[in-house]
Ligand binder design. Structure first.
Ligand SMILES: *Cc1c(COP(=O)(O)O)cnc(C)c1O
Length: 381
């Protein structure tokens, strides 16, 4: 049965099976070859014959992710940032880009760099302000609207359908960084987005042992062909071994994501109103600014990402991270193990992130152990 007839849970669970009908191997071989022989007419046997342009392990992984996101086609990159910087290469010289003011800082820094070089003009909007995205658009000049939802590290939501309508009315495309949804809950392409992005390093792989990025498109067009060409020319496809590891991780993305969501909800409820905690930022809480959109837009759980604003300042937030014994004080997110990070220390003094914010990526451990760990660390403040 073709992948687009199957439910995403089934596509993910069978991620490793698609190509190996020939031998019946339930787990196919990894095609590590960097080059492929031509046939007797000197034609390539496959659609590409050099690993930088493509290979069977890469294609299988891309087909699986395209099916999960209900897209036409997917392109995998050596990192999330490789995918983002290459997509931004397709923005015409001097064109306008719109993005939220709080988002993954690597993306914001790169956009600001392009603006500083005079390559693009850039408007950062406040997603909490009603109508701010619409106001930021310049009809006929805005080429790309880049949003992230939920937004790192406040986990505010942006209404994808409304953003797509606004972008299209201005003649722009909408790209959505949906890393925090794990390609499981949201399917932005169905809501009108043109391109969806994931740092596959995070939930898609889920085991903190692969660096990867992916773009999925709703339609194959000139821009998409350019993205593929640039990936080859700039030498940025995901290597076969990483593709295999990513597929192995993706088989369990739904069960992992659901457990992360259940644990995160239990932790958010427990610490809301806690005497050492000023606020819990989690889209699953009714008190959260983005809850109404999240309840509509996120199909199956609110994910494992949350932030705690501790009572106190920079030093207290950092102390919380260093006192944790189960939760690991490390960057990244979406793995089976819980991680905590003091974002301000990582992003630097120019970052708009509050000093007292600790970002938590909740994993699949027993929620009671995580709650007890946070309790003992908070008690030390
Ligand atoms: C990690 C991350 C990225 C960058 O991806 P890499 O795989 O680290 O290059 C982009 N956006 C978000 C939301 C992320 O969490």
């Amino acid at each position: 049965m073709s992948n687009d007839r199957l439910r995403p849970e089934t596509v993910a669970a069978h991620a490793l099976r698609a190509v190996h009908e020939a031998t019946g191997a339930v787990v196919p071989p990894i095609y590590l070859s960097s080059t492929y022989a031509r046939d007797e007419n000197y034609q390539p046997k496959l659609k590409e014959n050099y690993v930088r342009s493509g290979n069977p392990t890469l294609w299988q992984t891309e087909e699986t992710i395209a099916a999960l996101e209900r897209g036409t086609s997917a392109l995998l990159f050596a990192s999330g940032m490789a995918a983002i910087t290459i997509l931004l290469e397709t923005v015409p010289h001097g064109a306008h880009v719109v993005a939220p003011d709080v988002m993954y800082y690597g993306t914001r820094d790169w956009m600001k760099r392009l603006e500083g070089l005079g390559r693009i003009s850039l408007t950062l909007f406040d997603p909490k302000q009603e109508g701010a995205l619409e106001k930021a658009l310049i009809k006929g000049k805005t080429d790309l609207v880049w949003i992230e939802t939920p937004l790192n590290p406040t986990w505010d939501l942006i209404d994808i359908e409304a953003a797509a309508n606004a972008a299209h009315a201005a003649g722009a495309i909408l790209a959505v960084d949906a890393t925090a949804t794990g390609a499981v809950t949201t399917q932005p392409l169905k809501l009108g987005a043109d391109i969806v992005f994931h740092s596959a390093t995070k939930y898609l792989n889920g085991h903190s042992d692969v660096l990867a990025g992916v773009l999925v498109t709703r339609e194959e067009n000139q821009r998409w062909a350019d993205v593929g060409m640039l990936r080859t020319k700039m030498g940025a496809p995901l290597p076969p071994l990483e593709c295999f590891l990513l597929m192995r991780g993706m088989r369990t993305v739904f069960v992992r994501y659901r457990q992360c969501s259940i644990n995160a909800m239990a932790i958010a409820r427990h610490f809301e109103g806690h005497p050492k905690v000023e606020r819990v930022l989690y889209p699953g809480l009714a008190s959260h600014h983005g809850h109404a959109i999240a309840a509509r837009q996120m199909r199956d759980g609110f994910g494992g990402m949350m932030s705690l604003l501790v009572k106190g300042g920079f030093a207290d937030a950092q102390k919380l991270c260093t006192r944790l014994k189960v939760i690991v004080p490390a960057t990244s997110l979406g793995g089976v193990e819980s991680l905590a990070e003091h974002r301000k220390a990582v992003e630097g003094p120019t970052s708009p992130v509050p000093d007292n914010l600790v970002r938590l990526s909740i994993g699949i451990e027993h929620a009671d152990d995580l709650i007890a760990d946070l309790e003992q660390a908070l008690a030390a403040l």
